[in-house]
Design a protein around this ligand. Structure first.
Ligand code: BES
Ligand code: ZN
Ligand code: ZN
Length: 501
C-alpha cells in the first residue's frame, strides 16, 4: 500500500472512495435521543451531498457503522463512505480507518481517500497517525495459502487534509503511522505462518533480513552458542526437536544515544508448542504455531525503532525453538541449570516459554541491558484471568511501568497490570532445585509464571507482557481480520521512544 497526504477541498478530491468520519454529537439526556450527526471535516463541503442520508435517521454514526453514497452530487469522488466513530478518540479513529479499508477490499476498490477528522479535543496529528495505522492493520488478511486468493490489498491510500493548517505535522504523523502499521503487519505475517514453514531457523532468517534492510545489526546463533553460554533452560526446551534453535540478537545503537539506558527487548519464539512430553490435548493444538508471537512482536518493534530512530540504545534477544516430545526431549523431573546458574526442576515440559525466557533475560542483562521488557504467549491462566480483551502486564519497578502506561496512551493497546509479590514465590519452591518451572496449583498461573521470570531479571527494572489471550483473534472485527493481531508492537516501540524524550 502506498500512502500520501493530499490537501484540498473535499469536493475536488478525485477518488474511488472518499471516506469521511462522522460522530453523533447529540445530548444523550433527551428521550427519545435525537441524533445530531456531525461530519468530522474542517470545512462543510460535504454537507449538501450528505444532507439527505444524515436527515433520514438511518445512520446513527455508531462505532464502525458505515453508509455508502454513490455518485455524490458536486463531488469528483465516485463514492462517499461515511464511517461512524462512536466516540471521539484516537482508538475509534484507528478502528474506523480499518473498517473503511475492510469495506473497500472485497468491493475491489484499490484506492481510497480518508479525510483527517477535525474535531475539538482530538489532536489532529495523533488522529492522522492512528488513521494510517488503522488503515494498514485493516489491509492485512491471513489467507496466504489459499489458491483462490485474489490480491485484494489496497494499492493507494490518500490521507486528505481539507485545511491548510499543520501540513508538516500531518506529513510526519502519516510517516509514523506507516512505520508502525507496517511493523505491526510484519509481525502478523510472521505469526500467521504455519509451524512447518516458520521454524526457528526461518524466524532467524526473517529477523536478519529485516535488520539488514533497516540498518540494524543482527546475529543468529545456533545450538553451539547455547552450550557455550550454558543456557541449560533454553537448551532443555530445544533438545526434543529435530529443528535447531535460533538465538536471535538484534541491536540498535545510534551514535547520538547516551551510554545508558540500554533497553532489552526479549521475546518468546516457540515456533510450535506441542507441550513436549507433557503433551497438550489435540483439540486446538494447531493454534500453537502462534507461540512465537512475543518474539515476532520484538522483531516488528525493532523494525519500527530502526525507522523512528529514537536516541536510545536497544538490544533485542529472541529465543526461538520448537517444543517437541521425542526420545531426546526433556522430561518432567529433570533438573536444568540456567545460564544464571540457578537450578530448575522441570514439573511440566509445557511450561517451556518461561525456560527460554529465563536464559533470554539473563543474556540481555549480560549484553548490558539496564531495563528489560519481555513479551510472550506465556500462560493459559492469563487468558482465564483477562479473557481476550486485555493482555497481562507485570513489573518489578513502578517508574519503568509508568513509561509503559504512558506508551499505552499513544498505542491504545490494552494491558492490565497484575501483581508480582513475594508471597507467590512460595508456590514455585522446589525440594531438589532452586525453583520449579510451574506452581503446584493452577491458581494464579499467570502470576507464578511471572514470579519465575522475576528470578532471572534479579534487580533489573523489568516489564513482562503475557499476550497469550490477545495475540490471536478468534473472530474478525469490522476493522481487522481474524488471526494474528500484532499486539504489543506499537506499545513496545512507544515504550522505547519514551526513554529518548
Ligand atoms: N504456549 C502456552 C500458553 C498459551 C496458552 C498460549 C493458550 C496461547 C494460548 C504455554 O507454553 C503453556 O503451555 N503454558 C501452560 C503452563 C502450565 C503447564 C503451567 C499453560 O498455560 O497451561
Ligand atoms: Zn507450553
Ligand atoms: Zn508455549
Amino acid at each position: 500500500m502506498k500512502t500520501k497526504l493530499v490537501t484540498g477541498k473535499l469536493d475536488r478530491v478525485s477518488s474511488d472512495l472518499l471516506v469521511i468520519f462522522a460522530l453523533d454529537t447529540a445530548e444523550k439526556k433527551q428521550s427519545p435521543a435525537k441524533p445530531a450527526i456531525k461530519l468530522l471535516t474542517a470545512g462543510n463541503g460535504a454537507a449538501k451531498a450528505t444532507a439527505s442520508i444524515l436527515g433520514s435517521g438511518e445512520f446513527a454514526a455508531g462505532s464502525c457503522d458505515t453508509v455508502l453514497l454513490h455518485a455524490p452530487s458536486g463531488f469528483k469522488a465516485e463514492r462517499i463512505l461515511l464511517v461512524g466513530l462512536g466516540k471521539a478518540t484516537t482508538a475509534e479513529v484507528r478502528k474506523a480507518a480499518g473498517a473503511a479499508v475492510r469495506f473497500a477490499k472485497p468491493r475491489r476498490l484499490r484506492e481510497l481517500s480518508i479525510v483527517i477528522p477535525s474535531l475539538d479535543g482530538l489532536d489532529p496529528a495523533a488522529a492522522t497517525r492512528a488513521l494510517v495505522e488503522g488503515a494498514y492493520v485493516g489491509d492485512f488478511d491471513p489467507d496466504t495459502y489459499r489458491t483462490d486468493r485474489k490480491d485484494q490489498s489496497i494499492e493507494q491510500l490518500n490521507v486528505v487534509l481539507d485545511s491548510r493548517a499543520n501540513q508538516a505535522a500531518m506529513e510526519a504523523a502519516l510517516r509514523e503511522g506507516v512505520i508502525l502499521g507496517e511493523a505491526q503487519n510484519f509481525t502478523r505475517t510472521l505469526v500467521n505462518e504455519p509451524g512447518n514453514v516458520m521454524t526457528p531457523t526461518v524466524l532467524g532468517q526473517k529477523a536478519a533480513e529485516m535488520c539488514s534492510q533497516y540498518g540494524l545489526t543482527c546475529e543468529v546463533y545456533g545450538a553451539d552458542k547455547l552450550k557455550e553460554l550454558k543456557m541449560g533452560a533454553f537448551w532443555g526446551v530445544t533438545k526434543g526437536s529435530e529443528e535447531p534453535p535460533a538465538l536471535i540478537v538484534m541491536k540498535y545503537e545510534p551514535a547520538k544515544a547516551p551510554a545508558s539506558p540500554v533497553l532489552g527487548l526479549v521475546g518468546k519464539g516457540i515456533t510450535f508448542d506441542t507441550g513436549g512430553i507433557s503433551i497438550k490435548p489435540a483439540d486446538g493444538m494447531e493454534k500453537m504455531k502462534y507461540d512465537m508471537a512475543g518474539g515476532a512482536a520484538m522483531i516488528g518493534a525493532m523494525q519500527a525503532i530502526a525507522q523512528l530512530k529514537p536516541a536510545v540504545r536497544v538490544i533485542s534477544v529472541v529465543c526461538a525453538a520448537e517444543n517437541m516430545p521425542s526420545g531426546t526431549a526433556m522430561k518432567p523431573g529433570d533438573v536444568q541449570i540456567a545460564m544464571s546458574g540457578k537450578s530448575i526442576e522441570i514439573i511440566n515440559t509445557d511450561a517451556e516459554g518461561r525456560l527460554v525466557l529465563a536464559d533470554g533475560l539473563a543474556y540481555a542483562r549480560q549484553l548490558g541491558a539496564t531495563h528489560l521488557i519481555d513479551a510472550a504467549t506465556l500462560t493459559g491462566a492469563c487468558v482465564v484471568a483477562l479473557g481476550m480483551v486485555n493482555a497481562g502486564a507485570f513489573s518489578n519497578d513502578d517508574d519503568t511501568y509508568q513509561h509503559f502506561t504512558d506508551a499505552l496512551k499513544i498505542s491504545d493497546e490494552r494491558f492490565w497490570r497484575l501483581p508480582v509479590e513475594d508471597d507467590y514465590r512460595e508456590l514455585i519452591k522446589s525440594s531438589i532445585a532452586d525453583i520449579m518451572n510451574t506452581g503446584g496449583s493452577r491458581y494464579g498461573g499467570a502470576i507464578t509464571a511471572a514470579m519465575f521470570l522475576k528470578e532471572f531479571v534479579e534487580d533489573t527494572p523489568w516489564i513482562h507482557l503475557d499476550i497469550a489471550g490477545v495475540a490471536w483473534t478468534e473472530e474478525q472485527k469490522p476493522w481487522m481480520a481474524k488471526g494474528p493481531s500484532g499486539i504489543a508492537v506499537r506499545s513496545i516501540a512507544e515504550w522505547v521512544r519514551s526513554y529518548a524524550k
